[in-house]
Every structure is written in C-alpha cells, then in structure tokens.
Design a binder for this molecule. Structure first.
Ligand code: F6P
Length: 554
C-alpha cells in the first residue's frame, strides 16, 4: 500500500486543513443551528457529542475517505476473524472474544479454524466460581476464617484495568471485602499494604501474563514469605494464593496449586486483558452478574464497531478526530478528563492502552514513519484539573484536544453536588470552544469602572482564544455496562488509529531495552566496587548510589 504521507487523500486533507485552520468554531456554531444534531451519536446510554471540533462536513467526508482508503473495513474483519494481525509476535488479537460469553447464542470466534469460545467461557466460569466462593465466605484461609482482603499483585495490563474498574464500580462492590492492588517494586507499596492485613484472612492473586515480570515476581515472593511466616506450612499456600497467567508451569513452579491457576492466552494483549481472568479481582469486588454486565457493555461496543457504517461509528469518528489534530494541526497531546470521581484511574488506564499500542515510529512494513503517530495521553479528574492544568488548555500555546466524560445522574445523586458538577462540564466545553474576544473583555472591564489605561494593561491577559476542541461523553450513570462500552470504544479507537498509521498496535518492543539494562545493572549493585562499563552519567549515578547507600537495605 502507498505510504500514508504520499496518498492522494493525505494531500487533500492537508489542503483542507489550510482552508479550515483559521475558522473559529464560534462562527461554525453561529452559522449552523443543527451542528449538535449533525455531529453527535448515541450508543445505548452513551451520548457522544463531537460537534465542538474544528470540522465541517467536508472535513468528515475526507477523514472518512481516509479510513476507507486505509482498508479499515478489512482490518476490522481480520481482527474479529482471529487472523494473525500482531505480525511481530505472530499472534491473533482476539480480546473481543472475551466479551462474547454472556451473550445469548454467542457466536463462535476462531483462531486458525478453532473456536476459542468453549475455553474462554469455561475459564470465565471458573473465575466466577472462585469469586463467588470468596464473596459468600465459603473460601476459607488456613485457620478456617473467611477471606476479608484480596491483594492483586501485577503491573501494567495486569494491574491498571482491574484497579480502574474496581474503583469505577465502587458502588457495586461488596462491602465487607477489601480489594488491594500492589504493582510497584518499591517495597513501600507492598509493605504499606501488608501492614494492614491479617495473613489468615488474605488471598493473593498473582496476575502476570508472562509470570516473569520482575516487579510482580519480587512482590509475589515478598507476599509469600510474609504469609509463610504466619502459616508456616507450604502445603497450605493454596488457601491464600491464586494466579492468572499464560505461563502455567511458572505459576506452579512458584508454588501455586494447578487448580488455583487461571488461564489467559497469548492472543490477549496485557493492556486488553481486564476482560479475561485478569479481571478476577473485579469479579470478586462486583460479583458475577455485574461482571457479565461489564462484558455485555463491551460486547455492545464491539457490535457497534463491527457493523455500523463509518459515518455513525463512534470509535471510527473518535480515531479520525484524533488523527485530524495529531497529523494536521500538529497537536502533540490529548487530555482525558472524567467528571466522575469513580473514573479517577481511567486516564492512567488509557495511557497504557493508547501509548503502549501506538507509541511507535516503525510501520507494519518495517519502515520508519514520516508522520506523527500516537499522542501523549494524560488526564485527571476534570474538576481537580480545572484548578491545576486547565490554564494551559485555555490560554497556553499548545492545542490539546480533550475528552470530557460525565454521568447524567450519580449513584447517590445529591442534586446540589451533581448539578454543580455538570455545570462545570458544560461551562468548560463552552469556554474552550468559544473563548472570550477582545471586545467582550473590553466591555467587561469597562463595566467594572476601570479607565482606558488600566483596561489596555489588563486586557491581553483576559482574552481566551477559544477554538479548543472537546468531545463530550454523557452517559446515564456509571454502571458496569456503560463502563464496559466506554472502555471498548477507546480500545477500538486505538485500533483504528493504528490501522491508519499502519502500525502494529499490539506489540510493545519499546519496553524491553530498559528491562534488559535493569537486569544487568542489578548484578552490578551487589557489591561496592565502582562501575566503569556505562556512560559517565550512568556510572556517576550508580557509583554515587553505592557510595551513599546504607550498609543494610540500600
Ligand atoms: O512492560 C510492559 C508489559 O509487558 C505490559 O505490556 C504488560 O501489561 C505488563 O508489562 C505486565 O506484564 P505481565 O502481565 O506479563 O506481568
């Protein structure tokens, strides 16, 4: 296929950008009273408003042409068809199969002609059985007491999804069970967690697709030692340790009973794995029915993505808008701004999903790209961010498109809280779109009684350029189904962008170099000898550390 930057549609988009780059959204809205109706879509309980973007119908036509020209339809079929589209690791990419079980009459999903559904549904059943036995206090620890605390030990995809979803669905969680997440190899993380726990009533889930990740293995070992100090008898470990992994032998070698090992598959990428047994801690927290609803929400988004014409296809539109700013406006970042406290880990989750997928500079043909790919994704709770970094979003020199996400009603729905919250959502997207003109600022300052000289001095600081794009997701409430749909919409957005940028979104070679270097440096830290094998900065840092560390524990 012709290189993206050499395609006719690419140059048409570049020309179109020249036409639109100075058009203000204020004017677009003034000229078209139907803009919201034209540029908003619905998926069940989710409204997606993308009208506050720097687009016209011609922009959308051209972007949709780009999607077609990138053979997107065929790529979607290939992913859902279980083809080996992760070519650098020779793997299929079939996390969508994980959402297929709770659907009545779920269809077969195959890899190499073999239906994966029986195994997927079988594993889901085992996960639910374990979760329910913990929830109903049937699962007992070594001294016969029920489990009160569950600790998921994992990192990256084996951590962020379960943590994010457990926090997001907090109102649905069982009350007398506490779920903890430990990811950092920094001893403070596991020690701070264990400090509060009783080994006799604690269950550890070691979550690691590879079962070789250093951070997870070191933390799991520490947990194992902590437990054995109390229960002494190794043969009782099975009452307190389960694992989720694709490397069953390694989990068993660690001492986890085979019956306590839950399987995942090489065709599930870590950052797409919360739907698999990696979601065990979520199931323990919210129960099987709610987990099914989460899967059903994701399934609804899968069906929407698979079967809806691109013009009304939410993830396709999300992806195209991202490309419009990334590749034509030269925007480097996007902000994810949830106006729902329970979504506070959503930006961190999406950071891995997006940046580990599309943070790549070599295309599927092994060629260096000559266009910008995955953006810097960052975000925080919207309200907190208003008092922190929105200054830059409103008046900085950078164009940062933002996604706002907000529930129409909250779980408890206390009107004075919720309406005030929502007023901020609407105000911020309006302010970002409209800005405040020189004339408006002038009139405002004049009304305060300032003289001309004082007005002239202050005026430039009070102007808001506006024309800052936002997408807004409004959803009925943050229930499991809606959360499932939202996550899957973003997953598919990332996939579409990867297709258009001609990237393999499903490998992550970029994380390897640091891991390898850390392994060899670890050996060098075992003695007090100065090192000379690195550059002067790295040598200097290592040697300073060695010279200054305490004799014990450093
Ligand atoms: O280092 C990156 C990574 O490989 C992620 O892709 C993955 O989600 C994470 O580490 C954890 O890997 P594992 O589940 O194999 O421990």
């Amino acid at each position: 296929m012709t290189k993206l930057s050499e395609r006719h549609i690419w140059s048409k988009l570049q020309q179109h950008y020249q036409m639109i780059k100075d058009v203000h959204m204020r004017d677009m809205f003034e000229q078209d009273a139907q803009r919201f109706e034209q540029f908003s879509l619905k998926l069940n309980d989710i409204l997606f408003d993308y009208s506050k973007n720097r687009i016209s119908s011609e922009t959308m036509d051209l972007l949709l042409q780009l999607a077609r020209d990138s053979d997107l339809e065929n790529w979607i079929k290939r992913m859902f068809g279980g083809e080996i589209i992760n070519h650098t690791e020779q793997r299929a990419v079939l996390h969508v199969a994980l959402r297929n079980c709770p659907q009545s009459g779920s269809e077969p999903m195959t890899i190499g002609g073999e239906d994966v559904m029986p195994e997927v549904c079988g594993e889901l059943k085992r996960v639910k059985q374990l979760a329910e036995s913990v929830r109903t206090r049937c699962w007992r620890g070594v001294t016969g007491q029920p489990i009160t605390d569950v600790v998921n030990i994992g990192i990256g995809g084996s951590h962020l999804g379960p943590l994010m979803a457990t926090e997001a669905l907090r109102p649905y969680a069982i009350r007398d069970l506490h779920i903890h997440y430990v990811s950092n190899i920094d001893e403070n993380h596991i020690n701070d967690t264990l400090e509060t726990l009783n080994p006799e009533t604690t269950l550890f889930i070691v979550s690691s697709k590879s079962f070789t990740t250093q951070d997870t293995m070191v933390n799991a070992m520490t947990a194992r030692k902590w437990l054995l100090r109390k229960i002494e008898d190794e043969s009782e470990l099975h009452r307190h340790f389960v694992a989720v992994t694709a490397n069953i032998e390694a989990a068993m070698a660690f001492g986890i009973a085979e019956a306590n090992v839950f399987k995942m598959w090489d065709w599930v990428g870590g950052r797409y794995s919360m739907w698999s047994a990696i979601g065990l801690s979520i199931v323990i927290a919210i129960g099987s029915e709610n987990f099914d609803a989460l899967l059903q929400g994701a399934y609804a988004a899968d069906q929407h993505f698979r079967h809806t014409p691109f013009e009304q296809n939410i993830p396709v539109i999300m992806a195209l808008l991202g490309i419009w700013y990334n590749n034509f406006f030269g925007s480097e970042a996007i902000a994810i701004l949830p106006y729902d406290q329970h979504l506070h880990r959503f930006p961190a989750y999406l950071q891995q999903a997006d940046m580990e997928s599309n943070g790549k500079a070599v295309d599927r043909d092994g060629q260096a790209v000559d266009y910008s790919t995955g953006p810097i994704l960052f975000g925080e709770i919207g309200i907190a961010s208003q008092h922190a970094f929105y200054q830059l979003l409103h008046q900085g020199t950078k164009l940062v498109p933002a996604d706002m996400l907000a529930p129409i009603s909250n779980f408890r729905c206390i009107a004075e809280h919720h309406r005030a919250l929502m007023s901020n959502v609407f105000a911020q997207t309006e302010a970002m779109m409209k800005g405040k003109t020189r004339d408006e600022v002038y009139a405002e300052l004049k009304a305060t009684g300032l003289n001309e000289q004082e007005i002239e001095k202050l005026l430039p600081y009070k102007i808001f350029p506006g024309n800052r794009p936002t997408n807004t997701f409004l959803f009925k409430t943050l229930d499991p189904k809606t959360l499932g749909s939202l996550i899957a919409l973003y997953e598919h957005k990332i996939f579409v962008q990867g297709v258009i940028w001609n990237l393999n979104s499903f490998d992550q070679w970029g994380v390897e170099l640091g891991k390898h270097l850390a392994t060899s440096i670890l050996h060098e830290l075992n003695d007090l000898q100065p090192v000379r094998s690195h550059d002067s900065s790295t040598n200097g840092l290592i040697n300073y550390y060695k010279a200054n560390r305490p004799l014990k524990g450093g």
